[in-house]
Design a protein around this ligand. Sequence first.
Ligand SMILES: [Zn+2]
Length: 346
Amino acid sequence: MQAVQFSEHGDRDVLEYGEFPDPEPGRDDVLVDVKAAALNHLDIWTRKGMPGIDLDMPHIPGSDAAGVVTEVGDDVTRFEPGDHVAVSAGVACGDCEFCRHGEESMCVDFHILGEHVRGVHAEQAAVPQDNLVAVPDHVDWETAGSASLVFQTAWRMLVTRAELEPSESVLVLGASGGVGHAAVQIADYVGAEVYATASSEEKLRYAEECGADHVVNYEEEDLADWVRDETGRRGVDVVVDHIGAATWRDSLKSLAKGGRIVTCGATTGGRPETDINRIFWNQLSVIGSTMATPGEVDDVLELVWDGTFEPRVRDVVPMSEPAAAHELIENREGFGKVVVKPDSEL
Ligand SMILES: [Zn+2]
């Protein structure tokens, strides 16, 4: 088969699209003929290399994909050939204290397809059945292949971890990115008042289409001042921050008394200066979140499949041009998801 792959960490020029041995599904695996896949910021980190993660080279990146089941292992009970499926990339052991309490994304052995083990940016992928979700036939491949990681991440952040209420207000930073645009839609669905930031007029318009009630270009205005002005100096109840060092202090300053900041990533760096005085005096909560449990994945993807939520596809790139796809993510142009399709599917 043809697969995106790299044999060493580095810049975009380490990416290749070429022959790779066909995957051989184990007893618990499902062989998927990939129709569409999507990029996440995670793919950039994985390509560059992360401390503590030692990959089998060559590595196939990619945590999001959808396609048709072509073969199932002997122990597979949930799927059969012909089924449409989407990948949910979080892998849990099923056996540790957290898994036994239904907290699979806190698994002590938690890892992610495409990040710690070979991923799905290829013509075919052998995926454990626990990492697949059924997709109704009416759902198009771009939607099926691009929703899972960002919508499950944003759902767990807002609904489970931050326990967002309809009467509350939420600030979503970077509303044009994958997690950001999912978070805006979910916060709007919950019924909260949604404040969103982005870096251009066009992106702000998209954020409004996703459900943002108040938007600001963070390159033109001071974020915390804007939030104070818009909220009558009160601040918001919840901030969704996946940006990290560049925004952390403004995020804390934007919170109302008793507010919660929920983070799932730090694309600009993970070691910001922080303001402990503000945290205790305003009685703030700092909440971490990563991926989601299988039940949360089912809940949120059901709302994608029925059209309540929509992953916005900004570009569809042939899988044979992986550097171009990574560049779209790194340059932060556009809004929503970058989809890649095997050239044989174009
Ligand atoms: Zn576990």
